[in-house]
Design a protein around this ligand. Structure first.
Ligand code: CA
Length: 232
C-alpha cells in the first residue's frame, strides 16, 4: 500500500532507456512512478491520476509534449499539475513556448540524474518557496531587496533603481534558479503605463546589471530562453 506521503510522478517519455532510467531513480528516491510512452496516453493518464508532478518529453509520438502541456494547463482540473519538460538541444523556442504555457521547468537531454532529481525536488517544494519572508526583505549575501520600501542595497549601499528595474529584480529574485522567458517578465512588470516589449526587457536588464555592479552576476542570461536569478 502506498504511504500517504509518497508523491506520485507521471513520466511521459517514448525512449525506453530514458523512461527506465527515470523510473529507477525516482522510485529509489521514494516517489511512486507511473510511465507512459505517447502524448495521448500521457494526457489520459495525467487526467486520471492527477499526479503531483508530470515529467513530459516534448518529442512524442501521436501528440507532442507541447500539445499535452497546452491541454493540461487550459483545463481547470489539471492546470495545477507541475510540469518539467524534457527537451533536446536546440529546442529553445519550444522551451519558451512551454514555459509561457505554464510548464514549471525543463531539463535538456542528455542530463545528469543528480541534476534531474534536484529539479524534481525544487518543483515539488515550489509553493513554499514563493511565500514572502515576514521581514519583507529578500536577502542574498551582498544584495538586499526591501519590498515594502522599494529599496535595494548592494553591500549596504543604497542603489537607485527605476520602478521597472525594481520590479524585474523582485520578480526574478523571488524564485532563485528558475528560468523566466522575456514574455513572462513582460507580464510581471506590466501595468507600468507603457507597453514593454521583449527587446525592452533586454534593455532594462542591461541597465539593472550596471546599477547592481558587483552583484550583477546574480542575474544570469539563459541563452535562447530568458533570464534567471542565480541560486546563491
Ligand atoms: Ca522523445
Amino acid at each position: 500500500m502506498r504511504a500517504m506521503t509518497q508523491k506520485q510522478i507521471l513520466v511521459v517519455e517514448d525512449e525506453e532507456d530514458i523512461q527506465e532510467l527515470l523510473r529507477y531513480n525516482l522510485t529509489k528516491d521514494g516517489y511512486q512512478v507511473h510511465c507512459t510512452g505517447s502524448g495521448e496516453s500521457g494526457l489520459r493518464e495525467a487526467r486520471k491520476l492527477l499526479p503531483d508532478l508530470l515529467i513530459l518529453d516534448l518529442m512524442l509520438p501521436k501528440m507532442n509534449g507541447l500539445e499535452v502541456c497546452r491541454q493540461l494547463k487550459s483545463a481547470a482540473d489539471t492546470n495545477h499539475i507541475p510540469i518539467i519538460m524534457l527537451t533536446a538541444k536546440g529546442e529553445e523556442s519550444d522551451i519558451v513556448i512551454g514555459l509561457e504555457m505554464g510548464a514549471d521547468d525543463y531539463v535538456t537531454k542528455p542530463f545528469s540524474v543528480q541534476v534531474f532529481l534536484s529539479r524534481v525536488k525544487a518543483v515539488l517544494r515550489r509553493n513554499q518557496e514563493t511565500e514572502l519572508p515576514e521581514s519583507g526583505i529578500l536577502s542574498f549575501k551582498d544584495l538586499q531587496i526591501h519590498l515594502g520600501k522599494y529599496e535595494v542595497r548592494v553591500k549596504d549601499e543604497l542603489t537607485k533603481l527605476t520602478r521597472t528595474e525594481f520590479m524585474i529584480l523582485e520578480f526574478l529574485s523571488r524564485r532563485p534558479g528558475w528560468v523566466f522567458t522575456r514574455g513572462q517578465i513582460v507580464d510581471a512588470v506590466r501595468g507600468d503605463g507603457y507597453a514593454i516589449t521583449d527587446r525592452a526587457i533586454d534593455f532594462q536588464i542591461v541597465g539593472l546589471r550596471k546599477k547592481l555592479g558587483d552583484v550583477a552576476k546574480y542575474i544570469e542570461t539563459v541563452r535562447g530562453v530568458g533570464y534567471r536569478f542565480a541560486e546563491i
